[in-house]
Design a binder for this molecule. Structure first.
Ligand SMILES: NC(=O)c1ccc[n+]([C@@H]2O[C@H](COP(=O)([O-])OP(=O)(O)OC[C@H]3O[C@@H](n4cnc5c(N)ncnc54)[C@H](OP(=O)(O)O)[C@@H]3O)[C@@H](O)[C@H]2O)c1
Length: 342
């Protein structure tokens, strides 16, 4: 299950003010973006205090998005999940539209319960206690944090998170995927899980593969090397510097062989690193092993169009961790339509 956390905070990190009035931190354009995110999930989850204080509908608002969901055979609005052990107002707005579930338990057990109901994508919208539980559980994949350009300035107001042991700290930073201004607010997208980070970098390799000069005799591949702190330290793509160079080879050529970051880096490639090669003495699998990179992530296993690829097996046998994301393979195949004939 992909777990997306979404909230808006003031510049001083508050989710709300301490008054009984609902504080709108975001703006119309961002609320519309949140509506689009809601339309793309199977369930929306909040804590009981958010219901008690704000009485949100938790529905997809746009008629077009509701209709699009229905056209796909889904309910117009995702399942609404409320975490609570106490009383909720009987006339709460969330009950008015669509299916809802009031439940309780550990984050792990709630996620298990939702998974059993067919929820594959969950959006957690707060408040602070619920966000803290999901962040400290280590189960969250992504945080979409919107920062509004004003201060609340009242320590009685609810903070973004409560105290807790978070997996991200000065020596283990979350991956910032994008930061974008939406009018006067800024949306930060942080990737929190290994899977979300891997997918982010694989998307970058697929983008790079689209820059390859066309060829009918070799695949179009993109590659990036990412260091242990999550920074991209080199990138490359097929035929970038000469007609024969491979993506991984091109990326690695930009780094000194004894670069101290390599033994803790990950190399991402849109396609399995090659293990047989007519054009050069060293294959990409050999180059990766020689660079002492301990982890390789790719999307598409090399088909035997040009050579029989056994890069994944070779690297695994050499003690390298190899991770494959076959669900992204279609995008790599698309980038290689010319070579694959379709
Ligand atoms: N700015 C934003 O994006 C945003 C978004 C959402 C909310 N908010 C704000 O956040 C504030 C509320 O935050 P909060 O930290 O006070 O509360 P919260 O996280 O909304 O809700 C906490 C409550 O949820 C229930 N709960 C949490 N985890 C549970 C679990 N594992 N099992 C069963 N019940 C569980 C408990 O309710 P019981 O008492 O029923 O046990 C708990 O008291 C509000 O002011 C709201 O405006 C802001």
């Amino acid at each position: 299950m992909y777990i997306l956390l979404s909230c808006a905070v003031s510049l001083d990190g508050y989710l709300d003010d301490a008054t009984d009035e609902r504080l709108v931190l975001s703006n119309a354009a961002d609320l519309d973006r949140v509506d689009a995110e809601r339309a793309g999930v199977d369930a929306i989850l909040v804590g009981a205090n958010t219901i008690r204080r704000d009485d949100p509908r938790l529905s997809v608002r746009s008629p077009a998005r509701r209709a699009a969901r229905e056209a796909m055979g889904k309910a117009a609005t995702p399942l609404k999940v409320i975490l609570s052990t106490g009383d909720l107002p009987s006339g709460a707005a969330f009950r008015a539209d669509g299916e809802s579930l009031v439940t309780s338990g550990t984050v792990e057990s709630v996620v298990g319960q939702l998974h059993a109901r067919g929820v594959d994508r969950l959006m957690v919208e707060g408040g602070g206690r619920v966000l803290t539980e999901f962040l400290t559980s280590g189960l969250a994949d992504e945080l979409q944090l919107v920062v509004a350009p004003f201060f609340v300035g009242d320590s009685a107001a609810p903070r973004f998170v409560h105290d807790g042991r978070f997996p991200w700290h000065a020596d283990h930073r979350a991956t910032l995927a994008t930061a974008s201004a939406i009018g006067n607010v800024v949306l930060h997208r942080y990737l929190l899980s290994v899977g979300a980070v891997d997918r982010h970098w694989l998307a970058r390799t697929i983008e790079l593969s689209l820059r390859c000069p066309p060829s009918t005799t070799a695949f179009s591949v993109g590659a990036v090397v990412v260091d242990a702190s999550g920074d991209e330290i080199a990138w490359g793509y097929s035929r970038e510097t000469d007609d024969l160079v491979h993506a991984e080879e091109s990326a690695l050529a930009k780094l000194a062989p004894d670069d101290p970051r390599l033994p803790t880096a990950t190399i991402y490639s849109s396609m399995e690193p090659c293990s047989g090669r007519k054009s050069r003495p060293r294959t990409c699998s050999t180059l990766i092993r020689d660079a002492a990179i301990p982890r390789v992530v790719f999307a598409y296993r090399e088909p035997s169009t040009f050579v029989d690829g056994e890069g994944a097996e070779e690297l695994t046998a050499a003690g390298v961790t190899v991770v494959e994301y076959p669900d992204l393979a279609d995008q790599v195949r698309d980038a290689n339509r010319l070579q694959l004939g379709g």
